[in-house]
Structures are given as C-alpha cells and as structure tokens.
Write a protein that binds this ligand. Structure first.
Ligand SMILES: [Zn+2]
Length: 125
C-alpha cells in the first residue's frame, strides 16, 4: 500500500470517528479529532512536496547521465567503439553516435551485430 492510500484510509477512519464522536458529545474527543485531521492534511502536503522534489531530482539525474555519456570519448576497435581502453567490451558506433546509447554488440558467426539497430560490424579477432 502506498503512503497516499494509507493517508486516504486514515481520513476515512477519521470521518467515521468524527461521526461517532457527534453522538457522545465529548468536546475533548472532538478537539483531538480536529487536531488529527489537521495533521493528516499537513502529511498530505508534505508528501506532495516530496513527490515534486523527487521528480526534479529524477530529471536532474537523467540530464547529468546524458552529459556524462557525451563526455566519454570512445576509441575505434575492429569497427566498433570501446571505452576506457576496455577492448573486451565492444559497442555499436551507430547507436552511440546517433543517440548516445552504449549498446554492446553480440557475436554472430564471424561478425559482430548490434541487436538494437541491426548493424553488422566486421570485428576480426
Ligand atoms: Zn546499434
């Protein structure tokens, strides 16, 4: 159960408790229920703030990742790209150049193939 439905359920319970409190006409109980109602409203607002903050951070994270990927300079090896001189991992140059995505190429017979764009690279060992 997520936090919003927990709070909504709490509000429902509070409404029922308020109805029950009307019958007993206890002022202290009514005041406590009113306080609880205000606290729940504050909690709802706090959650909205957290959600907004999270979505900002998510966007920031995405743009930082995109920036980091652009800054990485590939080296060409056997028609594919390698990063950080790690020649055990060959990447599709087309996908990287077009969209900045690092897609590892797979061995297919005597060539390397990108399973994302379908590019074939003549990677002789
Ligand atoms: Zn590709």
């Amino acid at each position: 159960m997520d936090i919003v439905s927990i709070i909504n359920t709490s509000v429902e319970i509070l409404k029922k408790a308020s109805e029950a409190a009307k019958k007993i006409k206890d002022a202290e109980v009514k005041n406590l229920l009113a306080d609880l109602s205000l606290q729940l409203a504050d909690a709802k607002m706090a959650i909205a703030d957290i959600k907004e903050e999270m979505s900002k951070l998510r966007e920031e994270n995405l743009s930082l990742r995109a920036q980091k990927n652009k800054e990485e300079k590939p080296t060409v090896k056997n028609g594919c790209y390698i990063f950080d001189n790690d020649s055990s991992r060959l990447y599709c140059p087309t996908c990287y150049d077009v969209s900045g995505k690092k897609i590892m190429v797979a061995d297919v017979m005597f060539v390397k193939k990108c399973n994302s764009c379908g590019g074939i690279f003549d990677a002789k060992h």
